[in-house]
Design a protein around this ligand. Structure first.
Ligand SMILES: C[S@@+](CC[C@H](N)C(=O)[O-])C[C@H]1O[C@@H](n2cnc3c(N)ncnc32)[C@H](O)[C@@H]1O
Length: 241
């Protein structure tokens, strides 16, 4: 069977429920780019999955709309409910279209590890600009393109200590690729893009770069995955409309 986000939806929802330090870290570094208090703010969470980030935004008081093309993940998100004081509603939608979201409807768009799945980045950025208010911002994270390229791997450098190092992979090979690791999230596929592709696409669409972060993994992450010490797993960008 060829995996998709629908076929791995139950696995992914269970992964987050049982506690993934890497996903907790991603949520936290994304939320670091938004105000602590979001009461009165309307947020679109693009590629919301099972609602992990949407619930955290609602906990800060935001009125959140979560969209995702996976009907099964949206089922999980609805079943998990909302965390007040804000609210969350969900819709099945494609981040390249945002057909369920009106023009100028939101103050923020968040996209945690989802723009690396949209097939058409230009269409997604155009849709994000359309739904943001004039002063609104996009905050997104992607697996760090420099270290999470197709066929990147770990290689042992010291048998005695078990130390490993990252082998970069095919950094310039942009486009769709799929991990053949049956336990990897990217068995459902991933759109690899270089750092300059993300940045120049933002500029081409008229966004203003407000922040770029490459946060170091937390001790919780390196306790679960020691090989990640010393490399930023994610690239985080905030861009104004
Ligand atoms: C790694 S998950 C992240 C989910 C969630 N943001 C989180 O942090 O748990 C990637 C998500 O991107 C979604 N996705 C795939 N294609 C997409 C598209 N065209 N538009 C929006 N989201 C998409 C997947 O369905 C999946 O929910």
């Amino acid at each position: 069977m060829t995996d998709s986000w629908d076929t791995i939806a139950d696995w992914y929802a269970e992964l987050l429920r049982t506690g993934s330090a890497l996903n907790d870290f991603n949520r936290d570094v994304l939320l670091d780019q938004l105000p602590d208090a979001l009461t009165g703010q309307r947020v679109l969470d693009l590629g919301c999955g099972e609602g992990f980030i949407a619930r955290a935004l609602a906990a800060r008081g935001a009125s959140v709309t979560g969209i995702d093309p996976s009907a099964r993940l949206i089922e999980h998100a609805r079943a998990a409910g909302a965390v007040g004081p804000g609210s969350v509603v969900y819709a099945v939608d494609d981040g390249c279209l945002l057909g369920t979201v009106a023009d100028g409807a939101v103050d923020w768009v968040t996209a945690g590890l989802s723009l690396n799945h949209v097939p058409d980045l230009d269409a997604a950025f155009a849709a994000v600009r359309r739904v943001l208010t004039a002063g609104g911002s996009l905050v997104f994270s992607v697996p760090h393109p420099c270290f999470e390229a197709p066929d990147a791997s770990w290689t042992p450098v010291d048998e005695a200590s078990g130390a490993v190092r990252r082998v970069v992979g095919d950094y310039l090979a942009e486009g769709f690729w799929r991990s053949d690791n049956p336990h990897a999230v990217r068995r459902a596929g991933n759109q690899h893009r270089t750092l300059s592709t993300y940045l120049t696409a933002l500029l081409r669409h008229g966004f203003t770069l407000q922040a770029i972060a490459e946060p170091a993994p937390t001790v919780q992450v390196t306790a679960q995955q020691p090989q990640r010490a010393g490399l930023p797993p994610f690239l985080v960008i905030r861009a104004g409309r």
